[in-house]
Design a protein around this ligand. Structure first.
Ligand code: S3P
Length: 211
């Protein structure tokens, strides 16, 4: 081969190697076409499961309570103290509407959001709801000693949670999907959620080549 041809041959081989390595870096992942909204009582694990689920789905994770705090400039506890629960529910409804109008995400809601009729209707029409159903003992274990939830900061938190279970579980039961979240590793709950969600995810698409 003449030197000119050697150079040309090497540049063709280099380009081939580059495109082959792009192909091997190409992976398949399911695509989220609408938001997945996690509902359930305080301590059910909506934020923890949601964050891991979002990673698995390669989708953004949004925590509705954090969005309310960012929008209002108050922590949830301060907001309750300053303006009361009714004003909080009002703000929560507005923030939920904005989030649901946005691009698909995995969205962890505050425990009361789905109980609101308007928000629930919005979730059911625009997203896929997933109830994280936990027993009282688990909820108590996960919320005890934590001070950022105003509803549990007064009276007997165990009695409050029991009352909220009675009031809200029939409402959460309207969610499209339900997983039990017991005393099990987080990853197990994420697996349960992934199996239930599988039929709702669109066919995997190759990612963009990384090269
Ligand atoms: C609430 C649950 C909280 C928070 C607020 C009220 C409720 O969120 O929105 O304290 O009514 O159950 P988490 O469920 O994320 O703790």
């Amino acid at each position: 081969m003449t030197p000119h041809r050697v150079i040309k041959y090497e540049s063709i081989m280099a380009s081939l190697r580059r495109s082959m390595s792009s192909a091997t870096k190409t992976s398949l992942r399911p695509k989220l076409t609408r938001s997945i909204v996690l509902v359930g009582l305080m301590g059910a694990g909506k934020s923890c499961v949601g964050r891991r689920l979002a990673q698995r789905l390669d989708a953004p994770f949004i925590d509705a309570d954090q969005e309310i705090e960012a929008a209002s400039g108050y922590t949830i506890a301060d907001f309750f103290e300053q303006f009361g629960e009714e004003a909080f529910r009002d703000g929560e409804r507005k923030v939920m509407r904005r989030l649901l109008d946005g691009p698909p995400s995995v969205l962890a809601t505050g425990g009361g959001a789905y109980v609101n009729e308007e928000t629930r209707a919005l979730i059911e029409s625009q997203a896929l709801s997933l109830w994280l159903k936990a027993d009282l003992d688990i909820l108590i274990k996960r919320t005890i000693g934590r001070k950022h939830r105003p509803l549990l900061n007064q009276g007997d938190p165990k009695a409050t949670l029991r009352r909220l279970m009675d009031d809200r579980y029939p409402v959460y039961a309207q969610a499209a999907l339900t997983i039990p979240t017991g005393d099990e590793p987080l990853e197990r709950s994420v697996e349960r959620a992934m199996s239930l969600l599988a039929p709702y995810l669109s066919a995997p698409e190759p990612c963009e080549p990384v090269d």
